[in-house]
Design a protein around this ligand. Structure first.
Ligand code: ADP
Length: 364
């Protein structure tokens, strides 16, 4: 176990590519943190600098308060599992997993116990005698994970470690990785571009964009208090809806519709200087209330354009009766299934309303 700290860390590649800019955050001993963001935003580079595989251009990385900038990956005692981290193709799966233990000088029966223990947790027992060549990408990734964590490292660094697995088994593998983390009291940093994965596995998520960390927080903090519009849209599926509105008072916002101005109370307050300003209202699809005959000064008429079944839920695409005819999505339980073309009234609870001035949230 280890506490990891990044202090104003930068990475500039040749050709003046600024891959990581001024990144600072810490990961507590025993914590599971996901680094989430679109492709090319600097996630892998950040992880590789923590691993010691990439030189740090500026800033400091500390393990348990000690600067590790100049330590090799070996000296940092980290476990690594990268998306395409090669297995030793001449060795069997068993020997691949045993290798880091033998390097540490562990003896025969202890090695055997450990290999079988980790193989059981990550479900590779039945392929221990096989060689990596000929295994599916998903199986190779499992073996890779086994080999990474079997020697109980200070810090476990995983970069898209289950991306080659079938969609069907991914949820199961996430649960196994999380169990491993909990059972072994690991400190884990997990890179992914998949918000579902980050949300389901991590204690906290660091959301990155354009080489910078935009926000680091629990799922709850990121969901309810995104620090900008990018974070608000990147986390949540379907993504947050945006509507044009106007701030009426420090506690109310209005939306102009064919039926007149509809007013909504939001929770919290905005600064007096915003009163009268045009504003973007953000509403998550999961937080939209919909009724069939609810016309009122605080409900908006909408027509159902499309309904998509998603197991227990239905994603509904609606066209609003506001002045822009905004198209939005709502998620409702399958037992509330409306018909295409039907007219409904939409309501928003004060807690569901997010307000943005350009990129920045203004509610306090
Ligand atoms: P992510 O993991 O979020 O997809 P990366 O950390 O791999 O992003 O890359 C961040 C940026 O750095 C990208 O613009 C990428 O093209 C660039 N980059 C990554 N590795 C190198 C390298 N070895 N040399 C030059 N540029 C690189």
């Amino acid at each position: 176990m280890s506490r990891v700290e990044l202090n104003h860390v930068w990475k500039v590649y040749e050709g003046n590519v600024q891959a990581v800019e001024d990144v600072s955050f810490s990961i507590e001993d025993g914590e599971f943190v996901a680094i989430l963001g679109p492709s090319g935003c600097g996630k892998s580079t950040t992880l590789r600098m923590i691993a010691g595989l990439e030189e740090i251009y500026k800033g400091e990385i500390l393990f348990d308060g000690k600067v590790v900038n100049d330590l090799s990956p070996n000296e940092r005692n980290i476990a690594l599992a990268f998306e395409s981290y090669a297995l030793y193709h001449r060795l069997t799966v068993y020997e691949n997993i045993a290798f880091p233990l033998r390097c540490k000088g562990m003896s025969g029966s202890d090695v055997d116990k450990k290999v079988r223990w980790i193989a059981d947790i990550l479900n590779v027992t039945d392929i221990l005698k096989k060689r990596p060549i000929g295994l599916s990408g998903g199986h190779q990734q499992r073996v890779n994970l086994c080999r990474a964590v079997v020697r109980e490292p200070n810090v476990t660094l995983l970069d898209e470690p289950i991306s080659h697995m079938d969609l069907r088994v991914r949820a199961n593998m996430r649960a196994r990785i999380r169990r491993l983390h909990d059972d072994l009291n690991l400190t884990t940093i997990y890179v992914t571009h998949d918000q579902d994965e980050a949300v389901s596995i991590a204690d906290r998520i660091a959301v990155m964009k354009d080489a910078r960390v935009q926000q680091i927080g629990t799922v709850d903090e990121i969901w309810n208090h995104p620090t900008n519009k990018f974070v608000a849209t990147f986390v949540g599926e379907p993504q947050m809806n945006f509507l044009q509105g106007m701030i009426e008072t420090t506690q109310d916002v209005s939306i102009a519709t064919q039926d007149g101005n509809k007013k909504f109370r939001f929770s919290g307050e905005v600064d007096q200087k915003h009163v009268g300003a045009d504003i973007t209202i953000g509403i998550r699809p999961q937080e939209i209330g919909m009724v069939l005959d609810g016309e009122s000064p605080s409900s908006i008429r909408a027509s159902i354009e499309l309904t998509e079944f998603q197991g227990e839920n239905v994603i509904i695409t609606l066209k609003l009766d506001d002045n822009n005819h905004t198209e939005i999505k709502a998620v409702v339980g399958a037992d509330h299934m409306p018909n295409d073309g039907e007219t409904v009234w939409m309501q928003f609870t004060p807690e569901a309303i997010h307000l943005f001035d350009d990129e920045t949230p203004i509610l306090r």
